[in-house]
Design a protein around this ligand. Structure first.
Ligand SMILES: NC(=O)c1ccc[n+]([C@@H]2O[C@H](COP(=O)([O-])OP(=O)(O)OC[C@H]3O[C@@H](n4cnc5c(N)ncnc54)[C@H](OP(=O)(O)O)[C@@H]3O)[C@@H](O)[C@H]2O)c1
Length: 345
């Protein structure tokens, strides 16, 4: 692997000893956005990232499904596995083509073993519940994850898109190391109670889709570049009724970037890096040039006035449309049933 002069700095994630690169690499788009990208190119990109010190790699069994983990498995061969922090997720699946969520113990165990096989590793560094199963008390799901920690199959436990109350209940069963959530200039609802809860409990924060799935990087040009089958075509924020307003938000962010002499991607990522060293954004890319640009965000400094200016452009009411289409809103975690309901089954 080629050496690079500047290495990404490292941060502690959570309170259990996990250390990761201050910026991660989201690998989903390599296999899940349409069309999937050629494996050799993506393996070369992952190796480039690791050489640049971006060692925190993010995947999930649902990306593909499965093909993204298989890709990662290939990229991790030849001593690369020892150089990275590998995060994957379970809990989202398709049954007869329909999306489902599962967090029952038998499923958790089977999913973990299948991910280990696809990744070709003995232990997952950070294993997230991708979406909370509202039929299963969170204590039951975390109880099984705790057993997987004790058996050495996973090192640290994470939650994704969990509510503040679920995070608290989960953390009482076994320390939660990281919560992954959508946090970016145009997705800020988590600031109300989920981020404060993570901070109170010493849980690391992993910001997914920090580039607004590419809209904060390219604005309306993103839509022209998407294939007919790209799942982002269904995103409410990119629909015509919302798009005009959201383009104005992008234009304002872009103007600040121009004034600052950086790219809009770098500005969006720098805004997250300035939230604190307990936050790690995991931008996704399939291009080495974009990767290099994104790492550059670690070195962009923003003043409090610049932060405030950016935040004023993206305050509640400025961005139009939900983060996800309606079907995904039905998975939104509020609260899982009490543990007693499971014991009495
Ligand atoms: N927990 C969850 O439920 C969840 C949900 C979504 C995502 N995630 C994780 O978060 C990661 C990142 O999210 P994401 O991929 O959805 O969105 P993102 O990181 O916000 O944006 C990715 C998009 O931005 C483009 N891009 C990246 N850098 C760029 C640059 N410098 N200039 C122009 N365009 C640029 C990429 O295109 P190119 O490929 O052309 O660079 C891609 O289209 C995923 O890979 C996944 O691991 C988790």
């Amino acid at each position: 692997m080629a050496a690079t002069p500047v290495k990404a700095p490292r941060i502690k994630l959570g309170s259990q000893g996990l250390e990761v690169s201050a910026q991660g690499l989201g690998c989903m788009g390599m296999s899940f956005y349409d069309p999937p990208k050629p494996e050799p190119d993506m393996i070369a990109l992952i190796h480039h990232a690791v050489a640049a010190g971006v060692t925190f790699l993010d995947t999930s069994d649902i990306y593909g499904p499965h093909t993204n983990e298989i890709l990662l498995g290939k990229a991790l061969q030849g001593g690369v596995r020892e150089m990275v922090e590998l995060a994957t997720k379970f809990g989202r699946l398709f049954v007869d083509g329909k999306p489902e969520i599962r967090g029952d113990p038998a499923y958790v165990r089977a999913a973990c073993e299948a991910s280990l096989r696809r990744l070709g590793i003995d232990c997952i560094d950070l294993y997230y519940q991708h979406r909370v199963d509202k039929r299963v008390p969170i204590e039951v799901t975390i109880g099984e994850l705790k057993k997987l920690v004790e058996e050495g199959k996973i090192k640290y436990i994470g939650l994704s898109e969990a509510s503040a109350s679920t995070i608290r209940r989960a953390h009482a069963v076994h320390p939660i190391t990281a919560v992954q959530l959508e946090w970016s200039l145009w997705s800020r609802d988590v600031e109300e109670d989920i981020i404060p809860t993570c901070r109170e409990l010493g849980i690391g924060i992993v910001a997914y889709s920090p580039l607004g799935r590419g809209f904060l990087s390219s604005g309306p040009k993103l839509i022209d570049s998407l294939s007919a089958k790209d799942l982002r075509r269904n995103m409410p924020r990119l629909q015509s009724e919302n798009l005009d307003k959201n383009i104005k938000v992008f234009e304002r962010i872009n103007a600040v970037a121009t004034k600052k002499g950086c790219t809009p991607s770098q500005l969006a990522l720098a805004w997250i890096h300035h939230q604190g060293n307990d936050v790690c954004p995991i931008p996704g890319t399939t291009k080495v040039d974009n990767f290099k640009q994104n790492v550059g965000a670690l070195f962009v400094k923003l003043t409090p006035d610049e932060m405030a200016e950016l935040e004023s452009y993206t305050a509640a009411g400025e961005v139009q449309g939900d983060r996800y289409p309606t079907i995904a809103n039905t998975w939104k975690d509020s609260e899982t049933p009490p543990l007693s309901s499971w014991k009495s089954k």
